[in-house]
Design a protein around this ligand. Structure first.
Ligand SMILES: Cc1ncc(COP(=O)(O)O)c(C=O)c1O
Length: 378
């Protein structure tokens, strides 16, 4: 249907062989490959990161708020421009999400100063997202959280392989949460990682992931345990061996595929600069190495976004929106979410163009030419 999809997997024979090996091993639930994936992912982050593989990124975020003891009566400052999971997990604990706005129309990450203004004596944590894989201002957020004794949760769903001043995103906060959903930089279908640097939060994460149980099915299968105790309430947020096997291969490809994204993004920037009707965010983003997760653009205020999306579709180009404003969702329309004018403006005008490591430069050129043509004729 599409000449240029929004995203395509970069799977090959290595992923096929890795999954086949699991199927042939006779053990498909949490086992040795999970341990290996966790070890390798944690090692790739360094900074004492301990990684716990989970069912998806939302599970990691849910475990983070639960592990930090967030609940009724608490407030958590969350980004106004992010995926709905960030708000949902906070709301589901009984705590109140408080939106903080983006920094500007060129830096879409949470503004540390706006976050500071939203702190009350009920605030327990700040949750940030490294939008599109461009790191937040981690100097400001770590200092703010330290000064005000707040927990810091990093939604690093977009930021696999990204860093700030040489330190990987996901290792600054009390908990870092990664997503390995299909379209992510490291893709296993459904999967995620809960990352912490303290033994306490690691242990809490392990209990939350698996019913608060003290031993795993694998421990009993291999004779290391006969039974188990349950020491706290928990969930089943486990990842399986097939996904861990995919994750190990994808992690090996990560540096190269992120570099491919960088080159493609660079070409987008060159071809789109100067085109009338749009601007690009994050052009000047100091101190960080992005993961180039998506390619967001900001259409001018007088451009009809729906027409652009439809004309791109006629040209066989898939596009998307990251993200609609929370205030427009039925579930949140009646809730008293704080006003966030910058993110609302971005939500109205943002358009995401195709970007994936195997895309090829000729497709970038095609998308840019079509977009230029469409904007010229509108
Ligand atoms: C910013 C952000 N946060 C959280 C999530 C949730 O991750 P998952 O889909 O793996 O549950 C996503 C993924 O779509 C995301 O993009």
């Amino acid at each position: 249907m599409w000449k240029v999809q929004l995203f395509e997997l970069n799977f090959d024979e290595r992923e096929r062989q890795a999954v086949t090996a699991v199927l042939e091993s006779g053990w498909i639930t949490m086992g040795e490959r999970i341990q290996e994936f966790e070890q390798r992912f944690g090692d790739s982050l360094g900074h004492g990161a301990k990684a716990i593989a989970v069912a998806n990124g939302t599970a990691a975020l849910h475990m983070a708020v639960l592990a930090l003891g967030i609940g009724p009566g608490d407030e958590v400052i969350v980004p106004a421009l992010t995926f709905i999971a960030d708000l949902n997990v906070v709301r589901l604990t009984g705590a109140t999400p408080v939106l903080a706005d983006c920094t500007s129309l060129t830096d879409w990450n949470m503004d540390p100063e706006d976050a500071r203004r939203r702190i009350t004596d009920r605030t327990k944590a700040i949750m940030i997202v490294h939008y599109a894989g461009y790191s937040c201002n981690m100097d400001a957020f770590t200092e703010l959280c330290r000064d005000r004794s707040l927990f810091l949760i990093e939604d690093a769903a977009h930021a696999v392989g990204a860093s700030y001043r040489g330190q990987p995103c996901g290792t600054f906060g009390d908990v870092g949460c990664f997503s390995f959903f299909t379209n992510k930089n490291l893709s296993v279908g459904e999967g995620g990682m809960y990352v912490s640097r303290s033994e306490d939060l690691e242990q809490k994460g392990r209990y939350l992931r698996s019913h608060g149980m003290t031993t795993l099915t694998l421990d009993r299968h291999e004779g290391r345990a006969i039974t188990y105790d349950v020491v706290q309430s928990g969930l089943n947020y486990r990842m399986d061996e097939m996904r861990a096997a995919l994750g190990i291969v994808q992690l090996e490809k990560l540096a190269e595929s992120n570099d491919k994204r960088r080159q493609l993004t660079q070409m987008y920037i060159e071809l789109l600069s100067g085109i009338k009707g749009l601007t690009l965010p994050f052009l000047n983003h100091p101190n960080s190495i992005p993961s180039y997760h998506i390619l967001p653009i900001l259409l001018d205020a007088d451009v009809d976004r729906i027409s652009v999306i439809n004309r791109l579709k006629e040209a066989g180009i898939q596009s998307s929106i990251h993200y609609p404003a929370f205030q427009d969702f039925t579930a949140f329309r009646l809730s008293s979410l704080s006003a966030t004018p910058i993110s609302n403006e971005i939500s109205k005008r943002e358009l995401t163009l195709p970007l994936f490591p195997t895309m090829g430069f000729e497709k970038v050129r095609y998308v840019c030419n079509c977009l230029k043509d469409i904007l010229n004729k509108l």
